[in-house]
Design a protein around this ligand. Sequence first.
Ligand code: ADP
Length: 493
Amino acid sequence: MKYIIALDQGTTSSRAVLFSENGEVVDIAQKEFSQIFPRPGWVEHDPEEIWNTQHGVLTEVMNRNHISPRDIVSIGITNQRETTVIWDRYTGQPVMNAIVWQDKRTVPICEEMKEEGLEKYVRENTGLVIDSYFSATKVAWILRNVAGAREKAEKGDLVMGTIDTWLIWKMTGGKVHATDYSNASRTMLYNIRTMEWDHHLLCRLDIPENMLPSVYPSSWHFGEFNMDGTSVPIGGVLGDQQAALFGQACFNPGDVKNTYGTGCFMLMNTGEELRESSSGLLTTIAWGIGRKVYYAFEGSVFIAGAAIQWLRDGLRILDATEDSEYFAGKVANNDVYVVPAFSGLGAPYWDMYARGAIFGLTRDTGKAHLIKATLQSMAYQSKDLLETMQKDSGLEIHTLKVDGGAAMNNYLMQFQADILGTLVERPAVTESTALGAAYMAGIQSGLWKQDDIPGKRKIDRIFKPVISSEERSRLYNGWKKAVSRTQGWLNEE
Ligand code: ADP
């Protein structure tokens, strides 16, 4: 038996997922690591702890299944995106902890960039909006604030990387300093038109180019990990959301996946041609494979599963998030809308002054109505995103592929199909992120062919729309009206 292992380096835990040669999950090992909060708004990870936990779970999953390095055809890496590490190219020592994507310390650097009028340039050349999320300002911050870092960087002694790059460096014993297109496209330093590091932005942020990794396709021989004398190739690398898009076999333009977690992450494959959104969606590189590069639109819902947690922990009207399905089934009709704009609204509204509200309350409204309406809000917000993607890409959407914790909720998925008027497909293996990295590695090693993957995937369930188009319009118009009443809330007299 041959295996592929995916290393899934997430924001709160490191996981190793063992796949059989048939693409089935054999076993998963997982270990959480420390979240470091040095000040309000700052979030760091210890790069050595990331590596130790990642290496630890890899060993654990192999030992538990009595697998030797020779049984592993290839390793795929998928990772939390944007999080940035800078280390010494000679000693391998990080100059400080990794600055995590959630970290807000570089907001002032973003403001500087906006004041310099760089927004249009950044959007057109990196596909992104200027935000502290992305790696660029994190690198600039480290060079400005860590004692001696600027001098060492000017001398060429320092290198930077996103987490994939750090793991590749560690696995190859410092021989390889590389990343893939999908991760590079999240740095806000990579020009997704010319497919090279962007000189203009490097210059503006005073970042020496020799700090940056080489950029390769996502399915590529990145190097070898020496395990007890056996060299195991690293054959696939891609950022977590793009990995999920690939793992869901969204290989063609117009294919979309939505991950229902704390927030929702929706990505649409827009093909080989770079498209720009007029509604504030991000344009990102989905992956590079062979000689081709595929682009994607990306949008997110800030509050999705988090609203269900609010029902459970804030309002205490649910014992467990899964019980929401039961309560949604208890009330038939529904004219209640919950708009969970707890911290404003993202695409397509982009309103940081919006705040949450509940509409349509009557004397008979009970907790089941609130729970049902909150589940529906995830589907409505996802529809808002999907409509935007459809409009900005001009591509027709037939099926939405879903994953993430809340995609297990059958009521929510049926309502999603109803409100979209498209099929909603839930795969049997919901480990889409790990699967995407495994597919890339498997394709690189020749174990799998990309064309065979869609036929091999097992579907758990397809949800078909059952409501009439009149009913769909009535419901969605109600949602739009509810959203409009929350907009600009903090600004009003
Ligand atoms: P993340 O990766 O963002 O932590 P997960 O994919 O683990 O998220 O999903 C957890 C989120 O999904 C939580 O916010 C939880 O409230 C929500 N959730 C999980 N199961 C259900 C369910 N059956 N119905 C509705 N929401 C759910």
